[in-house]
Design a protein around this ligand. Structure first.
Ligand code: FBP
Length: 266
């Protein structure tokens, strides 16, 4: 078995659980995601790192610009695929290559990440690209996180439990070491998603900002109860009016099985 993959994964997952700060929105969504006091990525990352997150997922350019903040403090996952939100609509279900596994290694990465839009018109291209990354990552002993996102004109409801289960199983079938996917809305259905992943760690993708912070913590709590391994969260942290507090609360739910109402007490 691949020792490098195990060693690097253990820097991200502590006792098989992890809170990952996903911060690729500058490309995926653009300025609309950032309130005016959130333009500086360094300021946000500083808060998240100081609050003790396990890992963060960044694009190569942002990792290079911010290494003084995270080096020796949190694990680094370099996302090797992406797209802008201003490309033509017919190309929205395709992600492009943003770099190589070698480039991620040169940045000190502990893992790489790649999106597969399962069911998309571009599934063929994305699977080929996935295998390119996977082959190179295996050679270097680098774990690969798959953002297993069922999406595209053929997908009516991307949160449909059976569709999310399909994505999780497809991620396992194609060699993912860690799976990030949508929350299905409740513990019972998410437990099936986890089961479909064949014992591989599954983290929930944060999603849009909830009306109340506690609602987000309840979703994370249900993911843990369902056997999930944690969360990869962006907006519910960096748009929060208490970034550090939110990270600490999520950490308590994921690592200490804290109830949401306990986790928010500082
Ligand atoms: P969030 O917690 O903000 O949802 O982040 C998770 C994530 O997958 C990001 O990595 C990515 O930028 C974004 O969601 C993609 O959003 P969309 O669903 O609009 O493509």
């Amino acid at each position: 078995s691949n020792v490098g993959i195990k060693v690097r994964l253990s820097r991200i997952l502590k006792n098989d659980r992890a809170v990952i700060f996903a911060f690729d929105h500058g490309l995926e969504h653009g300025p609309r995601d950032f309130m005016e006091d959130r333009y500086m990525a360094k300021t946000i990352l500083e808060k998240v790192v100081n609050a003790g997150v396990d890992a963060m997922m960044l694009l190569p350019g942002m990792a290079r610009l911010t290494y003084d903040i995270w080096k020796n403090k949190v694990a680094l996952i370099i996302k090797l695929t992406g797209k802008s939100d201003i490309r033509p609509q017919d190309k929205h279900y395709l992600q492009s290559s943003l770099g190589s596994v070698e480039q991620a290694i040169s940045l000190g990465a502990d893992a790489v990440a790649a999106t597969v839009y399962w069911g998309s018109d571009y599934e063929d291209e994305m699977i080929s690209h996935w295998y390119e990354i996977k082959e190179s990552a295996t050679y270097y002993g680098m774990p690969v996180l798959q953002l297993a996102y069922p999406r595209g004109s053929a997908i009516k409801n991307r949160y449909d439990p059976e569709i999310v289960m399909y994505g999780a199983r497809a991620a396992a079938e194609t060699g993912a070491d860690l799976i990030k996917t949508y929350y299905t809305g409740n513990k019972e259905t998410f437990a099936k998603v986890v089961e479909m992943a064949q014992g591989l760690p599954v983290v929930m993708s944060g999603g849009a900002v909830r009306d109340k912070p506690i609602e987000f913590l309840e979703d994370v709590y249900n993911v843990i109860q369902a056997g999930g391994s944690g969360v990869a969260v962006g907006r519910n942290v960096f748009r929060s009016n208490n970034i550090e507090g939110m990270v600490r609360a999520v950490m308590k739910v994921v690592h200490e099985n804290a109830l949401p109402e306990e986790a928010v007490k500082e």
